[in-house]
Design a protein around this ligand. Structure first.
Ligand code: AQP
Length: 329
């Protein structure tokens, strides 16, 4: 059993990235003792939107440290940087030559991003899912832990794997997604109908894992709610409160039902205060560990070892794919 996933270093890592992705990696690391795990820093994907050189370099290293600080174990996980394995770009191109343009144009994330950007849209924003398919298929991953927003891209990956297999014979494992029970889609605290995102312009709606904790607690305290006073889960009519319950549930591991019962006679203020304190309990140890390892030898070594293992598997796959395609002397 193989497991693959990654996050783009396209900005500061958010609570959404943590709950939707990183926390699941850690859960699976503990549950699937036999699984081989590949977790990477998807730096090439970050180039789909403009990046400032120094900020990108800092974000790459920061994300690597954050993975370890959050609980990924160096002995259990192959941690690596996507751009250090050229086979990602090589298979990415093959996937671009497997996917059809309308399939890419249909992707919700692409449509959302071009609606916001209007000018200077890069071709890689459109072809992003082809590279993502390559990221996964290179390692013949069985399982891909991701948040809900990546569901459509994973479906496309499955389609591309099947298409390639049907044309050239069995080559790729068709991967399955693994989605968290709660926390699969954390919403903005200021606009709870929008996803919490690294690249969001208004930072008030987003909790960044490495921000000073008091700042994050205040964001929870001032999260947009509604004019009702009852606490219960109703995504349509009470998106703000439902989002806070989702965050609470994902951080604590208790079900939404339990939380509704616990808070049935409480005020919004009480819920927010408890959630702010819970956030502090979860995030503070991650931050402490992060600052211990960000400049450590351990981090560099972990990335070197991860690169070696990833390289081995990836180069075997690309050689096989080229052979199947007839790209040979
Ligand atoms: N709000 C979210 N709730 C739950 N999961 C989330 N993820 C992202 N946002 C949420 C999950 O985090 C992983 C990494 O995603 P990514 O960096 O590859 O790209 P993304 O999904 O586009 O994440 P962002 O934060 O919104 O980045 P930008 O702003 O750069 O596009 C994925 O597993 C994702 O599901």
């Amino acid at each position: 059993m193989r497991l693959v996933s990654g996050i783009q270093p396209s900005g500061n890592i958010t609570l959404g990235n943590y709950l939707g992705a990183i926390k699941q990696y850690i859960k699976l690391q503990e549950e699937l003792k036999e699984a081989e795990i590949f977790i990477f820093i998807a730096d090439l994907h970050a180039l789909t939107v403009p990046q400032e050189r120094q900020a990108l370099q800092k974000s790459i290293k920061s994300l690597a440290a954050l993975y370890l600080a959050s609980g990924l174990e160096r002995d259990r996980v192959n941690l690596f940087i996507q751009s250090e394995i050229p086979a990602h770009s090589q298979l990415g191109y093959i996937m671009e030559s497997t996917v059809y343009v309308p399939e890419l144009q249909r992707m919700t994330q692409y449509k959302d991003k071009i609606a916001k950007q209007k000018e200077g849209i890069k071709a890689s924003l459109l072809t992003y899912p082809a590279l993502m398919a390559a990221d996964i298929l290179l390692y013949n991953a069985d399982l891909v832990p991701i948040g809900d927003d990546q569901k459509q891209h994973l479906e496309l990956t499955r389609t591309l794997a099947e298409r390639f297999n049907n044309t050239y014979g069995n080559t790729f494992v068709v991967p399955k997604g693994y989605f968290p029970k709660t926390g699969a889609r954390i919403m903005s605290l200021t606009e709870p109908t929008k996803k919490m995102s690294k690249s969001e312009e208004n930072p008030k709606g987003t909790i960044y894992l490495l921000d000073p904790i008091n700042q994050s607690k205040n964001k929870i305290r001032s999260a947009v709610t509604d004019s009702d006073t009852k606490i219960y889960y109703d995504k349509k009519n009470k998106p703000g409160i439902s989002n806070l319950l989702d965050i609470y549930s994902a951080l604590k591991g208790s079900s939404i039902k339990e939380l509704e019962k616990q808070y049935q006679n409480s005020s919004y203020r009480e819920l927010k205060e408890d959630l702010a304190n819970l956030l502090e309990v979860v995030i503070t140890p991650i931050q402490e560990k992060y600052f211990q390892i960000i400049n450590s030898k351990e981090l560099t070594e972990t990335l070197n070892i991860g690169k070696e293992r990833a390289s081995l598997i990836a180069s075997r796959t690309i050689a096989k794919v080229y052979r199947k395609l007839g790209i040979l002397r």
